[in-house]
Design a protein around this ligand. Structure first.
Ligand code: ADP
Length: 868
């Protein structure tokens, strides 16, 4: 087949496809987006649509699969979700050139560059991030602990947020990962060939490395912001950050050029403004979702979120994910919460005024991106109309709100423009007329008026002509072929006036037209098209004027979000009986009567037992012993959550709290939920512990729950012991540490190391009944009560009794290899000297068993031995 045989449209397709080899090309043909060749096979498979074929040259057919263009959003969403990029190629202009329409790719949709509301999560940011690592340094040249560098830029093109940072860290990949986990981006762009670690959150998009060259990136940024120097952006000396930001700008130029307009500023930020929270800690503390189910309910966010707008919800997620380090800024937020906490009436008014507001941030950005529809402007107008009411409610002289008030622009010009230009109830889209309010444009009103007049003229025509001609049966009708006509029966045709032009003869009537009638007809028929054109133009102009002042709209949106979050935190505090923590820069942690914000809500009927978490001076490591299920984990997590809440600017569930800001919270919790592919639970536990020991500082808070549990008792005790010693003794560490364990041996550490204290969970044993009091008290626990937990879980009474007997024997022999005395006769030869069951029981670590595991074990034995 020579190239001459190929149809022109196929040539055009191939030409365009060549430029987008990595994307699925949606090629617009009439009302469809068609995909061809391999793209068609992918689309058919992934979207479950029919794979057909199309002839492109004599005897040659290629695979083709199409989707209707009006339903494209849904199909796009599915492809993007599966990690594909889609290039959208549209028909340009209304005239074919040499037989075919010119076509052009107008955008490439990728996970980080979507703007369609249907494809976006409503209450989370949709970030596109870019990571540029510093030049790789040969590991043997790099002295241990030396810092490596990386630049990270991120953008949310639906809100216009664009920011960049640089990281310096001995373990740069871990630091990059931590920052990406915080951002939770939809897409991660990076120079082709650059080695990133596995398991980063977000879709990875490698891109040709020359795009990230420093000179090129500098130029792109300067051009985009029409700036002469990078200094104003705080980018001086941040080459990697600049390359990351420049990479993002170029990527948007290629994929979503309209979005560039939204990026009106670039902020540099330092990760040292925020508390660092690694991925494991975010998960373990269940900040935004629960470990087991990933649900919002049961997470800290689930408790804190009483926001009433989508903007507020997004901001709250940011606050929870990025607790602050600056005492001053934390107190600023706390001041705001306190005001709204103290004044319930004000809070209720503000929240009810916020509630009806629409997502001003996203709407404004749709306007700027040129994708707004009339209903979007209606939503903006409705929101702006409510602002004065809200503004009036805010007290004028409150210093805690003064910064908010300063940025609270009522956007009256924008509102007036929208009120005067937009009809009260315009149609949802520009397909229908009636978008622009009468009186706004003389030109539009003129066309509307003429159209109305023409309609009336035609409507009256029948009566007028009947009168004029005296023909009572004269009718005015309409059909598609002739348009309007006048119909007269044959018997009356002699009365037809001279200017009637005969058009058609029927069996018993003649049809006529008149030149005047045709003129009105043209007016009527063209008017709608004309009105639509004018309205579309005026609408676009309206969007452009709004875009020009978008900065104000966005600043106001931000104020609304912040008010919403402050009110939400105040609401939570009021409901939950929280108090304002005293946040200070000294190295202290003093919480009186602290509670776990989530667990206290889930306890039905029972009362949550508050506990103090107050480190004495010199205390570094607090070892908490106590039976399973007594509340150790809860205590540990509540210490972390209370600290985190204080640093995000929230009130805390406690009677009183003084909290010195911590730079990081580390957690090593639980073993059940982290079975990574190929790594044993114990391996994961040790990797995380190693990470903590490498990165913690004296200003960190460490939460270590049952370290060493995943291995044999002796190994476990030894590792736990050594870890405590290391934290306590290493000058770089000495972090405040809460260490829960069921190894009683560790309580000896308090006698050996001055900064170690023992605590345990109080247990009451009145009348032979064991009750866990959930109260943390000074001193080490003396017993583990594992058998009691088994009893609670419903183990049969004889088993519990026998277990107690064995325990006593074991205790009497203080852990040495022991020959247990045989059980009472009715239990037969359950424990002969060489019984495998006995061996198994001996080797079992009862403390390490969950009640359900114990129960399963018993069932297993019952099956195996009693039925023999
Ligand atoms: P452990 O870590 O000691 O095994 P957990 O912290 O998991 O125990 O607590 C077990 C259960 O005890 C929790 O699910 C909760 O229902 C209850 N609990 C824990 N702490 C308290 C408390 N302070 N007040 C009331 N109930 C509590």
């Amino acid at each position: 087949m020579t190239s001459d045989d190929i149809s022109p449209i196929r040539k055009q397709y191939l030409e365009i496809k060549r430029q987008y080899p990595d994307a699925i090309l949606f090629f617009r043909l009439g009302d469809f987006y068609e995909t061809f060749d391999q793209d068609a096979e992918i689309a058919a498979r992934e979207l479950d649509i029919v794979l057909t074929s199309r002839s492109v040259a004599k005897g040659t057919r290629i695979p083709m699969a199409g989707i209707p263009h009006h339903a494209a959003e849904n199909y796009l969403a599915r492809l993007i979700e599966k990690g594909f990029h889609v290039a959208i190629c549209e028909q340009i202009g209304d005239q074919p050139v040499k037989g075919i329409f010119p076509r052009q790719v107008t955008r490439v949709v990728t996970p980080g560059t979507v703007i369609e509301p249907g494809l976006l999560p409503g209450d989370a940011n949709n970030y596109l991030t870019c990571v540029v690592l510093g030049d790789p340094i040969e590991t043997n040249e790099l002295p241990a602990g030396a810092f490596q560098h990386a630049g990270i830029a991120y953008v949310d093109i639906t809100t216009g947020e664009f920011a960049v940072t640089e990281l310096n860290n001995p373990d740069i990949l871990a630091a990059v990962r931590a920052e990406l986990v915080r951002l939770s981006p939809a897409e991660i762009l990076f120079p082709d060939g650059q080695k990133l670690t596995d398991s980063l959150p977000g879709h990875l998009t490698p891109w040709t490395a020359w795009r990230f060259e420093p000179g090129r990136c500098q130029e792109v940024i300067l051009q985009h912001f029409e700036a002469a120097s990078l200094d104003g952006f705080g980018l001086r000396g941040m080459t990697l950050g600049m390359r990351a930001a420049g990479g993002i700008l170029q990527y948007l130029q290629e994929t979503q050029p309209v979005a560039l307009k939204l990026l009106t500023s670039l902020n540099t930020y330092s990760t040292s403004e925020f508390m660092t929270l690694d991925a494991a800690t975010r998960r373990n503390l269940e900040l935004t979702e629960t470990l087991r189910t990933g649900a919002l309910k049961g997470s800290l966010l689930g408790v804190l979120d009483h926001t009433v707008t989508p903007m507020g919800k997004r901001l709250l997620v940011q606050w929870v994910s990025k607790p602050l380090l600056s005492v001053e800024r934390i107190n600023q937020r706390l001041d705001g919460v306190m005001l709204l906490h103290a004044n319930g009436m004000l809070r209720a008014e503000i929240r009810s005024a916020l509630k009806p507001l629409n997502d001003l941030e996203r709407l404004t950005n749709r306007v700027m991106a040129g994708t707004a529809q009339p209903r979007d402007l209606v939503a903006i107008r409705a929101t702006l109309e409510q602002l004065p009411t809200l503004r009036e409610r805010l007290p004028e002289n409150e210093t805690s709100l003064s910064e908010l008030l300063l940025n609270f622009n009522l956007c009256t010009d924008e509102l007036q423009l929208l009120q005067s230009a937009l009809d009260d109830e315009p149609p949802a889209t520009l397909q229908n007329v009636g978008v622009i309010r009468p009186g706004f444009s003389a030109e539009l009103d003129g066309v509307v008026e003429r159209s109305r007049h023409s309609r009336e003229w035609i409507a009256n025509l029948e009566n007028v002509e009947r009168e004029r001609t005296g023909i009572k049966s004269l009718k005015v009708g309409y059909n598609k072929v002739f348009g309007y006509y006048i119909e007269i029966t044959h018997s009356n045709t002699n009365l037809a006036p001279a200017e009637y032009i005969r058009k058609q003869t029927l069996v018993n009537a003649e049809r006529y037209i008149t030149p005047e009638m045709k003129e009105y007809e043209t007016l009527v028929l063209n008017a709608e098209e004309r009105i639509r054109e004018i309205e579309t133009r005026l609408f676009r102009e309206l969007c452009v004027s709004l875009s020009d002042t978008a900065r104000q709209l966005l600043a106001t949106a931000r104020v609304l979000a912040e008010l919403d979050v402050l009110a939400s935190l105040a609401e939570t505090a009021a409901h939950g009986g929280y108090i304002r923590p005293e946040v200070v820069s000294e190295d202290i942690l003093e919480v009186e009567g602290g509670r776990h914000p989530v667990v206290e809500q889930t306890l039905s009927g029972e009362r949550f037992v508050p506990n103090d978490i107050s480190f004495e001076s010199g205390e570094r490591v607090r070892i908490i012993t106590g039976p399973n299920m007594s509340g150790k984990s809860t205590y540990l997590r509540q210490a972390a959550l209370i600290t985190l809440m204080a640093q995000m600017g929230s009130f805390v569930p406690a009677a009183a709290a003084r909290i010195g800001v911590v730079d990081r919270i580390f957690t090593r919790i639980g073993a059940q939920d982290e079975i990574h592919a190929g790594q044993s639970t114990f391996m994961v536990e040790m990797v995380e512990t190693a990470n903590i020991l490498h990165h913690a500082t004296p200003r960190s808070l460490l939460i270590l729950d049952e370290i060493g549990r995943g291995t044999s008792t002796y190994d476990g005790v030894s590792i736990a012991w050594a870890v405590v010693e290391y934290i306590h003794n290493h000058p770089r560490l000495r972090a405040k540490t809460l260490f829960a364990t069921h190894y009683h041996e560790l309580t000896q550490l308090a006698d050996l190391l001055p900064g170690v204290r023992n605590y345990n969970v109080a247990v009451s044993e009145a009348d032979g009944k064991v009750v866990f009091l959930h109260k943390i008290v000074a001193g080490g626990a003396d017993r583990s009560y594992g058998i009691h937990v088994g009893q609670l879980a419903g183990l049969p009474r004889p088993v519990v009794q026998r277990a107690n007997e064995i325990l006593h024997q074991l205790e009497a022999s203080s852990g040495k290899a022991v020959r247990l005395s045989p059980v009472a006769a009715r239990q037969l030869a359950l424990f002969p000297e060489t019984n495998p069951l006995l061996d198994e029981i001996k080797s079992m670590d009862i403390n390490a068993l969950s009640p359900i595991e114990a129960l399963n074990k018993l069932y297993e034995w019952q099956r195996k031995y009693l039925e023999e």
